[in-house]
Design a protein around this ligand. Structure first.
Ligand code: ZN
Length: 235
């Protein structure tokens, strides 16, 4: 259904390819959240931004790009950072969320807020030449805390920042996130529900998809559903 409203949080290496793919695929109600302005260093990889956009909030530059290329997209913009004080209000107004952030704290906040609001979302992350994506259906499939339990410590975060992100890998993961959102908006089960995709481009490119089980005791509660199903008579 093109009437579903999709929230994209982060308009950088993941969010820009996700936005472009969604617009091409027919998504017509999009909300964009990012606190940052366009910088010179964004122009090479984040292809929707132009030199004239430098200094403009990314959400505004992206909305202008959409208005030129896809004038029938209904776009809402918020030039703010996702925080505990605004996350519930933003998430609950949407049918699906794309986590295109680059901070572990934001990823855990998106996870917890989507679980509470029962809003499905797709996680995306890129470090160096490796990218990952996973879709979470709250209460049904494993969440980010089932996989990672707690955010990484500051040393680990710093090493991720130093490793940077590689454009083509981020592009592939962002497009995959858009495909997951389109599946959900057509009431189809997203490919990566309860599965984590890893794209490792460091050698001969490898793509791996692994099933992820809910972690017993995780606050998302998906393990209860799985346990009940596995003990159901006749299964
Ligand atoms: Zn969980």
């Amino acid at each position: 259904m093109a009437t579903q409203r999709i929230l994209i949080i982060g308009l950088g290496g993941l969010g820009v390819p996700a936005l472009w793919a969604l617009a091409r695929a027919g998504a017509r109600r999009l909300t964009l959240v990012d606190p940052d302005p366009v910088e010179l260093s964004n122009l090479a990889r984040q292809m929707i931004y132009r030199p004239a956009d430098i200094g403009t909030p990314k959400v505004e530059a992206a909305a202008r790009w959409l208005a030129e290329r896809f004038p029938d997209v209904d776009v809402e913009t918020h030039a703010i950072a996702l925080e505990a004080s605004n996350a519930a209000r933003l998430v609950s107004a949407h049918d699906f969320v794309i986590d295109a952030t680059d901070s572990p704290a934001a990823k855990f906040l998106i996870n917890d807020t989507c679980i509470a609001a029962r809003t499905p979302f797709v996680y995306g992350g890129v470090v160096g030449m490796t990218g990952q994506a996973m879709t979470v259906i709250p209460g049904e499939t494993a969440c980010i805390r089932c996989v990672f339990e707690t955010p990484p410590d500051e040393d680990e975060i710093q090493s991720c920042r130093e490793a940077g992100i590689v454009g083509p890998v981020a592009g592939a993961i962002g497009e995959m996130q858009a495909a997951e959102a389109m599946c959900a908006s057509r009431a189809q089960t997203p490919l990566l529900s309860g599965k984590i995709l890893t794209y490792d481009a460091s050698g001969p490119a490898r793509v791996r998809i692994a099933a992820v089980s809910p972690r017993p005791g995780c606050g998302c509660g998906a393990w209860r559903t799985e346990r009940r199903e596995s003990h159901s008579p006749g299964k």
